[in-house]
Design a binder for this molecule. Structure first.
Ligand code: GLA
Length: 376
């Protein structure tokens, strides 16, 4: 009896010790380092998170953006799978189409840049045909310098930015925090949080362009996509939702089963979308991130699974990429990458029946998105 008790106690203590000595599931963080200087003279910092499997995530304070993301292929070979630039000048140039950035205050489009809250009409900049896109012109969230800090012992990088009342025409002082985590399970997790002092629309996302064969590979159309979306929001000639929600069945937007991005893109190339540039309605959302999408590159065997708490995902096949030169002298032609932007629906404040996007004082906006990497 006594022997058994002793054995049990020893086993318990050994178990406790094992738990205590299990290495943390988080990456190591290196930074801040200087990434460069903006034309306006602001220092831009970089932070690099590296995990036990060699996955490396480089973040910069300009736009709280992902500048590099290195992940292994099926043979263990590491490649950077996101588009970007080597220097600040690249990010500040007109060649930068929101590469890797935090997008907002309202990611995606707002019809004519107009909305009304509690009877008051607001007019934002019109910067995409007749519409507002991705938060505005000069002080959208991708163009501002965020403050960064490494949180210990969590080993995460948190970016914060206080957007003043009226910035880019949006009401309310908005306090923003975007936290990046890299785990040893090869997951990049992004947690967004915001609070306001006046009712204001909000829709944050990350605008990374992925090519799982490596940034600079000529096309993404061989990648196979699966979406947890039975419906989408049809849009007009300027990509503004009509307000309807329709089934994807029988259209080129049906990705309920794994399908190559290029398999049915042809008829879309001649439309206003010029490829995939659609908001999908995700099924079954909850407070914890739930499966939204799976992207697989048969060549490299790399797989990226996307989980989110958001009701929508914009699938954009880089239709407006123009062969610009990016990192390492690589060029990024049309449809050489895909963005999977977890978000609220475009122009949601102007459509009854779309999920609510107005944040009010006292409330907290939260959004979590996980990009998980594996191989097959
Ligand atoms: C998006 C939009 C696209 C395009 C890109 C940026 O995700 O949906 O139409 O504007 O951003 O080039």
């Amino acid at each position: 009896m006594r022997f058994i008790r002793k054995m049990l106690i020893t086993a318990f203590l050994l178990g406790m010790a094992a738990v205590a000595f299990t290495p943390p599931l988080r990456a190591e963080v290196n930074g801040p380092k200087i990434f460069g200087k903006t034309a306006g003279g602001d220092m831009i910092e970089e932070y690099t998170l590296t995990n036990a499997n060699g996955v490396k995530l480089k973040l910069i304070t300009l736009g709280a953006a992902i500048a590099e993301l290195h992940v292994p292929d099926k043979a263990g070979k590491i490649a950077d799978v996101v588009l970007g630039f080597d220097d600040v000048a690249g990010y500040e140039s007109d060649q930068n189409q929101y590469f890797g950035c935090t997008t907002g205050r309202y990611a995606n489009r707002i019809a004519k840049g107009k909305f009304t809250i509690d009877g008051k009409e607001y007019q934002l900049a019109v910067n995409n045909g007749p519409n507002h896109l991705h938060g505005g012109v000069k002080r959208s969230l991708d163009k501002v310098v965020w403050k960064a800090e490494v949180l210990k012992p969590e080993n995460v990088v948190r970016f914060t930015y206080e957007s003043p009342d009226g910035e880019e025409g949006y009401p309310g002082k908005l306090d923003l925090a975007v936290t990046y985590t890299l785990t040893d399970r090869n997951e990049v997790r992004i947690d967004y949080k915001a609070m306001t002092d006046k009712a204001t629309p909000i829709n944050l996302t990350n605008h990374s362009y992925f090519n799982l064969s490596g940034a600079g590979a000529p096309s993404v159309l061989d990648h196979e996509l699966t979406l947890a979306a039975e419906q989408y929001t049809p849009a007009d000639a300027d990509l503004i939702p009509t307000g309807k929600i329709e089934p994807v069945t029988g259209t080129p937007l049906d990705f309920m089963k794994p399908t190559k991005l290029g398999a049915r893109i042809e008829p879309l190339l001649k439309t206003q979308f010029q490829g995939y540039d659609h908001n999908f309605v995700l099924t079954k959302r909850g407070a914890a991130p739930t499966f939204a999408a799976r992207l697989r590159d048969p060549m490299s065997g790399r797989v990226m699974t996307v989980l989110t708490t958001q009701p929508g995902i914009q699938v954009y096949t880089g239709n407006f990429l123009k062969g610009q030169k990016g990192k390492g002298g690589k060029t990024f032609p049309k449809q050489s990458a895909v963005c999977l932007e977890t978000q609220h629906f475009p122009d949601a404040m102007n459509h009854k029946g779309f999920p609510e996007v107005i944040l009010r004082p006292g409330q907290t906006y939260r959004h979590a998105c996980i990009y998980a990497f594996s191989t097959e």
